[in-house]
Design a protein around this ligand. Structure first.
Ligand SMILES: [Zn+2]
Length: 483
C-alpha cells in the first residue's frame, strides 16, 4: 500500500523575553522589507515596459520582463542586499527569504488570477505592507529538523543571525536562542521522534496580541481507532445560527435530546466590552502610550474570542469525528450569506453567522475524521435541505427564516425546522455515498456532489435549485445498504 501524507499545522503560544521580542520584531520587519522590495522590483519592471510600449518600442528593444519566481528573485535579492539593507547581518537570512517567497507567491496568484487560471475571487496586484500589517516570518529548510524543539519540550529554537555584529545579539546568544512556550510540545516531539510527523517550517507571528509559533507538519496518514465508543454509522449535521448545529443523533453532554447544539455566541458575549474598547481607542491620541496600550488590549480581546470559539468547535468536532464513521454536512457559503447588511438586524445576523465560523468546523471535522479513518460527506449548497420534507420528500416553495417549525402540507408532519434539515442532509449524504459505491472504480463520480474532496474554493456556479427537482428524490433509506 502506498503511503499518503497530509499537511497540518501545530500552533503554540510563545512567551518571549523582552530581548527576544525585540529580535522577533526585527525579523518581522526584515521579512516585510524583503517583501516590499520584491513587489517594488516587479512593479518597476512592469511600469518600465508599459512606458516603453507607449513610446513605441517593441520586440527585442523592450526591457526584458522579470521572472517573479522565488528562484529568480532570491539571487537578485542576495546580489543587492549589501546595498539596500546594509543592516542585514543582524537579522537571520530566513526572514528575508520568507519575505521574498511570500511576495513571489502573491505575484504568482495575481498573474494566475489575471489570466483566469486560478479559481476563486479576483486577486489584485500585491500591496505594500506597512508596520500595521500582520507581523510574521518563517524559518524554512532547517538542516536538522529534529533540532526545532528543546529537550524539555518547553522551548522552540530561535535561529540567530550567524554573522551578527550587534552586541545585543553577540553577547547574549545563549539567552536568546530558545523561545519559551506556554504549552508543552511533548506530543509534537513524540510524533517527530517516531518519524510519523516531519516539521517542514516554523512561522512566528504576532496575532491576537500574542506571539505564536506555527509548525507546518507533514503527517503520515495512519488511521487511528477512535477512543470514543461509536454511536452510529452516520450523522447528519445542520449548521445554523439559532443552534450552532443540529444532529440527527443526539449526544448527551454535547447536544440536547432533540440534537440541538447550543450556539455559544462568543462574540456577542464580549460585544459590549469590544464596543467600549473601540470607543476608547478612537478617542485616544494616535501614537501615544495610551493608544498603544489600548490597541494591545483590543488585540488580546479579539484573540481571546477567537480562542474560546476554537476551543468550543474543537470539542464538538472531536466528538463527532470519533463517534460516527460518516459525518454528512452542508456546503455552506457564509461569504454569500453575510453580504450587504442593510438593516441593523441583518448586521446582527451577519455577525452571528461569522461568529459561528462554519468553515472552521468543517475544516476540523475533515482532518479529524481522516485521522480516525472516518470521513465527511459534503452535500451541495443548493440542496434544499430546509425546504424539503424529510418524511415524504415534498419540497416547499418558500420557508421564511422566522418559521422555526416545519409543517408539511402533504403528509401533515410537524417538525423542528433544524431537525428536518439535519435529517435531509443525512439522507442526501446516504444517497451520495450509494452513488459513489455504485460508480465504476477509476471513473469520476457522476455528480459534483459525490466528489467529497474538500474543495479549496467555490466550484463553478451552476443553475440554481432546479437540478434537484428534476432528479427523483426517492427516500433512500430503504435502498441503501448503509442505513
Ligand atoms: Zn411531508
Amino acid at each position: 500500500m502506498d503511503q499518503s501524507y497530509r499537511m497540518r499545522a501545530v500552533l503554540v503560544p510563545l512567551d518571549p523575553t523582552p530581548a527576544q521580542e525585540q529580535l522577533l520584531r526585527s525579523y518581522c520587519g526584515a521579512a516585510r522589507f524583503a517583501y516590499n522590495w520584491t513587489v517594488a522590483m516587479a512593479k518597476a519592471n512592469l511600469d518600465t515596459r508599459a512606458e516603453e510600449c507607449r513610446a513605441g518600442i517593441d520586440g527585442a528593444d523592450l526591457t526584458k520582463s522579470l521572472s517573479w519566481s522565488t528562484w529568480s528573485m532570491t539571487p537578485l535579492w542576495n546580489s543587492v542586499k549589501d546595498e539596500v539593507a546594509p543592516w542585514h547581518h543582524d537579522v537571520t537570512q530566513h526572514a528575508f527569504r520568507s519575505g521574498v517567497t511570500n511576495a513571489s507567491i502573491a505575484l504568482k496568484n495575481y498573474y494566475e488570477s489575471k489570466n483566469s487560471v486560478r479559481r476563486g475571487g479576483t486577486v489584485g496586484f500585491p500591496r505594500f505592507k506597512n508596520r500595521h500589517s500582520k507581523q510574521s516570518f518563517t524559518f524554512i529548510e532547517l538542516k536538522e529538523p529534529g533540532s526545532w524543539l528543546s529537550e524539555d519540550s518547553r522551548h522552540v529554537r530561535l535561529i540567530l543571525p550567524r554573522f551578527a555584529t550587534d552586541p545585543r545579539i553577540t553577547r547574549r546568544r545563549k539567552q536568546l536562542q530558545w523561545l519559551h512556550t506556554t504549552e508543552s510540545l511533548r506530543r509534537l516531539k513524540k510524533k517527530v521522534t517516531s518519524g510519523e510527523w516531519t516539521i517542514q517550517a516554523m512561522t512566528i507571528s504576532f496575532t491576537g496580541g500574542r506571539w505564536k509559533a506555527s509548525f507546518s507538519v507533514r503527517q503520515l496518514v495512519i488511521p487511528t481507532p477512535s477512543g470514543i465508543r461509536l454511536r452510529g454509522l452516520l450523522v447528519g449535521v445542520d449548521l445554523g445560527v439559532k443552534h450552532l448545529a443540529t444532529l440527527t443523533v443526539p449526544i448527551a453532554g454535547v447536544s440536547d435530546e432533540h440534537g440541538h447544539v447550543k450556539n455559544p455566541r462568543h462574540l456577542e458575549a464580549e460585544l459590549d466590552r469590544l464596543v467600549k474598547l473601540d470607543r476608547q481607542l478612537s478617542r485616544s491620541v494616535k501614537g501615544s502610550n495610551n493608544y498603544a496600550k489600548l490597541r494591545l488590549r483590543h488585540q488580546r480581546l479579539h484573540g481571546r474570542i477567537t480562542r474560546t470559539r476554537g476551543l468550543n468547535l474543537h470539542r464538538l468536532s472531536t466528538t463527532l469525528a470519533g463517534s460516527f464513521e460518516i459525518v454528512a454536512l452542508e456546503d455552506l457559503n457564509p461569504a454569500s450569506m453575510v453580504k450587504r447588511p442593510k438593516k441593523n438586524t441583518a448586521k446582527a445576523l451577519s455577525r452571528s453567522i461569522l461568529d459561528a465560523s462554519f468553515y472552521e468546523l468543517r475544516r476540523q471535522l475533515t482532518y479529524k475524521t481522516q485521522d480516525r479513518g472516518h470521513r465527511v460527506v459534503v452535500v451541495d449548497r443548493f440542496y434544499p435541505s430546509s425546504k424539503k420534507c424529510s418524511h415524504c420528500g415534498e419540497t416547499k416553495a418558500k420557508l421564511a427564516l422566522s418559521d422555526r417549525v416545519f409543517e408539511c402540507s402533504t403528509c401533515g408532519i410537524s417538525l423542528d425546522r433544524d431537525v428536518n434539515a439535519a435529517r435531509n442532509i443525512r439522507d442526501e449524504g446516504i444517497r451520495l455515498l450509494t452513488n459513489e459505491a455504485s460508480a465504476v472504480a477509476g471513473h469520476q463520480p457522476e455528480t459534483l456532489n459525490a466528489d467529497s474532496r474538500d474543495r479549496e474554493t467555490e466550484p463553478p456556479r451552476r443553475g440554481r435549485g432546479d437540478r434537484y427537482q428534476s432528479r427523483t428524490t426517492q427516500p433512500t433509506r430503504e435502498l441503501s445498504p448503509l442505513a
